[in-house]
Write a protein that binds this ligand. Structure first.
Ligand SMILES: [Fe+2]
Ligand SMILES: [Fe+2]
Length: 271
C-alpha cells in the first residue's frame, strides 16, 4: 500500500478558474497510462517469477501506479464533468495492451528490465515535477507533488533491485546504455499517443502522428532546463555513469536544446 490515498487529496480546494485546458488534455492522457500499472506489475511478476520478494514489491508498485491514474482521472472529471475516466480507460485498454504472458524480459535480461524500469520512473518523476510546477490549479499541484514523490521512490526501489541483479546478470555499462536509449526511444511509441487519443479525441479515427504531436507539444511546454538536468543525472546513474559529471551536464544541455527545438517545430506546425 502506498503512503497516501485518494482521501488525502484536498478535493475541496479545487478551483475551476485555474484549470489550464491544455494541461487538462495531458492529465487525461496520463490518467489512462497510469491505469496500466496493474498489467505491468503482472508482466514483471512473470519475468521475475521465481523471485517472490520482487513479485510482492512489483504488485504494490502496480497498485500505486493505478492510484495515480485514479487521482488524475478524478481531477480531470472535476475539471471537465463531460470526461468519464472509466469509459476512457476502457477505450484505451481495448486499443493498447501490455504483453502479460512474457516469461523473459523484452530487455534481454532481468537487469536490463530493471534499467528500463528506472528509465520509466525517471521520466514520470521529472514529468510530474514539471507538470506540478507548471499547473496553477491547487489540487492538481498537490496530486502532482504526491505522484512525483512516489515516482522518485519507485526509481530508488528498482535501482536497489538493479544493483542486486547486476551482480548475477553481469551486463556492462554499454548494454545498460543501449537498454536505456531503447526505452527512451519508445516514448514515441503508441502507448502515450494512443492514450492521448483515447482521452481527448476518441470521436475521430486514430491518427498516430497527429496524436503524438499533439501530446508532445503540450508535454514539452511544462519542462524547464532543471527538470532535464535531473532526468539525465538519473539516467546516468541507472546505466552506471557519473550522474553529476561533465558528460552528464553536456548531455543535459544537448537534450534540453533538442527538446526546445522539437517543441518550437511542433508549435509552428500547430499555429
Ligand atoms: Fe505513476
Ligand atoms: Fe512509478
Amino acid at each position: 500500500m502506498g503512503s497516501w490515498t485518494l482521501d488525502d487529496i484536498p478535493w475541496e480546494r479545487f478551483d475551476p478558474a485555474k484549470v489550464d485546458p491544455e494541461l487538462l488534455r495531458i492529465v487525461k492522457a496520463a490518467s489512462l497510462v497510469e491505469q496500466n500499472g496493474g498489467d505491468y506489475a503482472r508482466y514483471l511478476c512473470g519475468v521475475f517469477h521465481d523471485d517472490a520478494a520482487f513479485c510482492a514489491v512489483a504488485g504494490a508498485w502496480g497498485g500505486e501506479e493505478v492510484q495515480h491514474g485514479q487521482a488524475l482521472g478524478r481531477w480531470a472529471m472535476l475539471a471537465d464533468p463531460g470526461f468519464d475516466h472509466a469509459d476512457a480507460s476502457r477505450r484505451f485498454t481495448a486499443g493498447f495492451r501490455v504483453d502479460l504472458d512474457a516469461e523473459h524480459s523484452v530487455r534481454g535480461s532481468r537487469a536490463g528490465e530493471l534499467v528500463a524500469r528506472c528509465i520509466v520512473e525517471t521520466g514520470t518523476s521529472s514529468y510530474y515535477t514539471a507538470l506540478g510546477e507548471a499547473a496553477a490549479e491547487p489540487v492538481l499541484k498537490e496530486i502532482c507533488r504526491r505522484i512525483a514523490a512516489d515516482e522518485l521512490r519507485h526509481y530508488k526501489l528498482f535501482y536497489s533491485h538493479l544493483k542486486r541483479y547486476l551482480a548475477q546478470d553481469g551486463i556492462g555499462r554499454w548494454r545498460r546504455l543501449a537498454v536505456a536509449l531503447g526505452r527512451i526511444g519508445e516514448t514515441g511509441d503508441d502507448e502515450l499517443s494512443y492514450a492521448y487519443h483515447a482521452a481527448n479525441d476518441a470521436a475521430s479515427p486514430y491518427d498516430r502522428r497527429r496524436a503524438a504531436a499533439a501530446y508532445a507539444r503540450r508535454t514539452y511546454s511544462v519542462y524547464r532546463r532543471h527538470h532535464i538536468e535531473r532526468a539525465v543525472a538519473m539516467v546516468f546513474k541507472a546505466v552506471g555513469l557519473e550522474p553529476q559529471g561533465r558528460l552528464s551536464r553536456w548531455m543535459a544541455g544537448l537534450a534540453w536544446w533538442g527538446m526546445r527545438r522539437r517543441a518550437a517545430r511542433l508549435e509552428r506546425i500547430a499555429a
